[in-house]
Ligand binder design. Structure first.
Ligand code: GLU
Length: 512
């Protein structure tokens, strides 16, 4: 095994937008491939035409691009030696393997109609059991094991529709070693004769998946836990197709759980739990229902990826912040846990905040200015200074305007609570006096404006603590924000004076 070049694949079905659990699967595949200098492939598994959703494939590609985890081979990322990478385009390739299995006695034709299958199911349910198409029941169904060879040929010649099923042995132990879960042992009596090839001429997921993993020389299958029950079947397929020495190593990833630990985080959760479950916005092409994405909510892809990496995997130490390159260095399948990983929306915001803080003021200012039409004409140096002051208070870049609009436009509203509590004859007189003092100041640095503020307090015999908040509200409209005198200095002398005068002229005093 060790001499084979590592090749892994992300193999989503285009049945809807990519859920963040899917992004995590793609991420772990990406990290593993990069760590081992191997290949990461995107294969689109679209054999089930009935579940095809238009736009889903483009969405998957865009999401991987946004996350910065681009495959180096596959749909949307350039053809490698194994093209095509869309299973519907590989259709002619699969039939020969179904036929090989038929010839070798590992598969058989089945002619049962859906009504007949339903009846069999109901009969079984009446006796309190669950129907499985298997070594016992297949004898009473219509297939090439129960019918004579002549009869089978006649049906095929007459164009009757059929499927091809795998012939699971009656009593055999199927074993596989999963990197995360260790040995998995399943009795074949618990497995059913899954359909491998459908009446529409398409292979099912199982056959196509195994054939493609083999043909694309996949060395490691890293996928969600929901596929673990299919793994023994895949092992048998490798064996029956004569590819046993090329079975990939399996790693089945733990589920992503809802924040309360109560069940799996599913696509259907949409925005219902108060946070997005998709990387990008998605509009359902049929229902037009909209679901939000992390990108549009204002998350940085690096923060999103960092957060996802730690959902089910941990680094060797306690470190939590990793660049993609650092994740590649640190990643190992052995440190993925078996148990489900609880998603924590608050922690996700924290990650974004950390990434916001390490961005340079220069970068933030560029992004702020290009995303906010109201400040596009502002002086860049000034925008940068605003960013320096407000970034500590923000989790997202898209909060910058609401946190710092007063650096660009004077407030039109004032915090009602503070005004009600603090605006009176005395405080009004103070603000008027402060405006006059400031007007004649030659130095309006943060330190000096604070000194002048304090001197004015002393002069009028008022405690400065009572007035600081009101002063902030007079110049910004709001109660919270960066260091008050830093903010005042940046707003500038002329503007601060103007705003103080405006407050004195417009705010009404409480009736006596
Ligand atoms: N098409 C499967 C899916 O949608 C792929 C499972 C696998 O990776 O084998 O998740």
């Amino acid at each position: 095994m060790s001499e084979r070049r590592v090749r892994v694949r992300f193999a989503p079905s285009p049945t809807g937008p990519l859920h963040m659990g899917g992004v995590r699967t793609a991420l772990y595949n990406y990290l593993f491939a990069k760590k081992h200098g191997g290949d990461f492939i995107l294969r689109i598994e679209d054999t089930d035409q009935t579940r095809f959703v238009s736009g889903a494939e483009a969405y998957i590609i865009e999401a991987l691009k946004w996350c910065g985890i681009e495959p180096n081979e596959g749909v949307g990322f350039g053809d490698g030696p194994h093209a095509p990478y869309r299973q519907s385009e590989r259709k002619p390739m699969y039939r020969q393997y179904a036929e090989q299995l038929l010839k070798d006695g590992h598969a058989y034709y089945a002619f049962d109609s859906s009504e007949e299958l339903d009846e069999a199911r109901k009969r079984m349910e009446k006796s309190g059991a669950i129907f499985m198409y298997n070594a016992i029941t297949r004898q009473n169904m219509k297939n090439s094991l129960s019918l004579s060879a002549d009869e089978v040929q006649k049906r095929i010649d007459a164009g009757e529709s059929y499927v091809i099923r795998i012939k699971i042995p009656r009593n055999e132990e199927v074993r596989l070693e999963d990197i995360i879960r260790g040995w998995v042992v399943v009795q074949s009596a618990q497995m059913d004769d899954k359909v491998l090839f459908k009446s529409d001429g398409m292979p099912t997921y199982h056959l196509a998946n195994v054939v493609d993993d083999y043909k694309m020389q996949i060395t490691h299958v890293i996928r969600g836990e929901e596929w673990l029950p299919s793994a023994p079947l895949h092992v048998l397929l490798y064996r029956y197709l004569g590819w046993e020495n090329r079975i990939p190593q399996f790693a089945h990833l733990p589920l992503l759980l809802r924040p309360d630990g109560n069940g799996k985080l599913s696509k259907r959760d949409g925005d219902r739990l108060g946070f997005p479950v998709f990387p990008l916005n998605w509009i359902d092409p049929v229902t037009k229902e909209q679901s939000s994405g992390y990108r549009e909510k204002g998350y940085f892809p690096e923060a999103f990826i960092n957060m996802l990496a730690l959902l089910g995997w941990h680094a060797s130490g306690n470190k939590e912040l990793f660049s993609l390159e650092e994740l590649v260095q640190e990643f190992s399948l052995e440190r993925i846990s078996k148990s489900g990983a609880k998603f924590d929306p608050e922690k996700t915001k924290w990650f974004n905040q950390q990434y916001l803080r390490v961005r340079s003021d220069e970068e933030l200012a560029k992004e702020f200015q290009s995303s906010e039409p109201r400040i596009q004409k502002e002086d860049f140096k000034y925008v940068k200074k605003v960013c320096t002051l407000i970034k500590e208070k923000a989790n997202f870049l898209n909060e910058f305007w609401s946190l710092g609009s007063y650096f660009f436009v004077e407030p039109t509203e004032y915090d009602k609570e503070v005004i009600k509590k603090r605006w009176n004859e005395k405080s009004k007189a103070f603000m008027a006096e402060l405006a006059t003092t400031y007007k004649s100041a030659s130095d309006f640095s943060a330190a000096n404006s604070e000194n002048m503020f304090k001197q004015t307090c002393e002069k009028l015999g008022i405690k400065s603590g009572e007035l600081m908040q009101l002063f902030r509200v007079c110049i910004s409209g709001v109660t919270g924000g960066p260091a008050l005198f830093e903010a005042a200095a940046l707003v500038g002398k002329g503007e601060v004076v103007k705003r103080l005068e405006k407050a004195c002229n417009t705010l009404t005093l409480p009736s006596p």
